[in-house]
Design a protein around this ligand. Structure first.
Ligand code: 13P
Length: 258
């Protein structure tokens, strides 16, 4: 495996955190720290909808890109509380997290809606970060591979190889999110390599080798370097540690060196 075939991507997922002034402050802290990663890896902050405009203005001229945390699949209409892909692109948003386990767990997101949202995002020119991952119980029952294979197949249904090159896959074992329990580097590698095999089945090896696969789940300043040194772990989707500029930067620098 050649990691040079794809871009390393470190993305913060701020979840439901930060007001606009707080968002501006955190991004002002992050910008100079990660400036040295410019041209080497992609650095993204995915922020609440209310912070998107502030965030885009704050990172203007820097190497930090801004993403949203969700997007609806319809272009417009009676979908109270939802945000369309065009609304995001009009703001200058480039990335969007889709199918995060918290959306699946608390908001009834299914593989079908993840697939529809991913297609809508791609059609609007957004780059989706599509999240997959097994529950603790599923890992204990030794069906991690079945779960992941099913998610990849359904979430990417009808998406072409050309479109797939604009997608990032985030492997986030649900048992590792916000729990302080991290997958071991070998566990992360094993599943990220398995995801790449599934992508190769769908799109061929060349496309699969070009797709960035992130690990997410209690990745932090201490464990990032080892996780990111693995051949199929091309980056990270970071929750808690992305809210601390210094910690986030340690992870960014680990990816630069990984
Ligand atoms: P934590 O890094 O807080 O475990 O969250 C991971 C995550 O859900 C990123 O999307």
């Amino acid at each position: 495996m050649n990691k040079n075939l794809r871009k390393a991507v470190i993305a913060g997922n701020w979840k439901m955190n930060k007001t606009r002034p707080e968002a501006k402050k955190l991004l002002e802290e992050i910008k100079p720290l990660v400036a040295s990663a410019d041209g080497k890896i992609e650095v993204i902050a995915c922020v609440p909808f209310t912070n998107l405009e502030t965030a885009i203005n704050t990172v203007n001229g820097s190497n930090v890109k801004i993403g949203a945390e969700n997007v609806h699949f319809e272009a417009s209409g009676a979908f109270t509380g939802e945000i369309s892909a065009d609304m995001l692109t009009e703001l200058g948003v480039e990335y969007v997290i889709i199918g995060h386990s918290e959306r699946r767990q608390y908001f009834g997101e299914t593989d079908e809606t993840v697939n529809k949202r991913t297609i809508a995002a791609l059609n609007a020119g957004l780059k989706p970060i599509v999240c997959v991952g097994e529950l603790k119980w599923e890992r204990e029952c030794a069906i991690t591979e079945e779960v992941i294979a099913r998610q990849i197949k359904l979430d990417l249904f009808s998406i072409t190889a050309e479109q797939a090159k604009n997608i990032i896959i985030a492997y986030e074992p649900v048992w590792a999110i916000g729990t302080g329990l991290t997958a071991t580097p070998d566990q992360a590698q094993e599943v990220c390599a398995f995801i790449r095999e599934q992508l190769a089945k769908l799109y061929g090896k060349e496309t699969a080798d070009a797709i960035t696969i992130q690990y997410g789940g209690s990745m932090n300043a201490k464990n990032a370097a080892e996780l990111l040194s693995k051949p199929d772990v091309d980056g990270g989707l970071i929750g808690g540690a992305s809210l601390k500029a210094e910690d986030f930067n340690v992870i960014v620098q680990a990816a630069v060196n990984g």
